[in-house]
Design a protein around this ligand. Structure first.
Ligand code: IMP
Ligand code: MG
Length: 179
């Protein structure tokens, strides 16, 4: 464990089990359909690459990047699309893959945005969910694990672009972001 992490919340093995469980559900629900996975860059990239391989259904992979956080630990609430998906989703089943749903501001906006393009469905799969901090009514159709109101890093999740590479998820020492 690196020094900036106060304690490990999910080991690599635990994350792997969570991903297996999510993938099993998704495979059951989407078999025989035309599925488009949308990776929310950058936070969900490690989760996304594990998930799509574990689901194992024929699918299309798309990428979207939005900004709302800056370098702080609290969402600014203002969503800016930096990179959009590159295909027509009309009539298709879309599954948004996110690292963590916090205030819900990001996915509330993005889900409506994608729904505006006449897909057959838009659902949300998130690895982590912080429901106590929700400001917008966002419901994750697939949710890996609920976390308390604490700032976590690793397995794609960052603080100021750091710690994404960690294979585990841990709680960041408050000194790191208060200094
Ligand atoms: P929301 O719009 O407040 O739901 O924020 C969602 C985004 O905030 C996620 O995709 C993450 O990038 C980021 N985020 C929220 N909580 C955390 C955290 O505990 N650690 C790292 N990133 C977080
Ligand atoms: Mg993110």
């Amino acid at each position: 464990m690196i020094g900036d992490v106060e304690r490990i919340l999910y080991t690599e093995e635990q994350i792997n089990i969570i991903c297996d469980e999510l993938a099993d559900k998704i495979r059951r629900d989407y078999s025989g359909r035309e599925l488009i996975f949308v990776c929310m860059l950058k936070g969900s990239v490690l989760f996304f690459s594990d998930l799509v391989r574990k689901v194992g259904l024929p699918c299309r992979l798309e990428f979207m990047e939005v900004s709302s956080y800056g370098s702080g630990t609290v969402s600014t609430g203002k969503i800016n699309i930096r990179k959009d998906i590159g295909c027509d989703i009309a009539g298709k089943d879309v599954l948004i893959v996110e690292d963590i749903v916090d205030t819900g501001n990001t996915l509330f906006y993005i889900k409506e945005y994608l729904e505006g393009r006449s897909p057959a469905s838009v659902k949300i799969c998130t690895l982590f969910d912080k429901p106590v901090r929700r400001q917008k009514p966002v419901y994750a159709d697939y949710s890996g694990s609920v976390v308390d109101d604490q700032f976590i890093v690793g397995f794609g999740l960052d603080y100021d672009e750091r710690y994404r590479y960690l294979p585990y998820v841990g709680v960041l020492r408050p000194e790191v972001y208060s200094s």
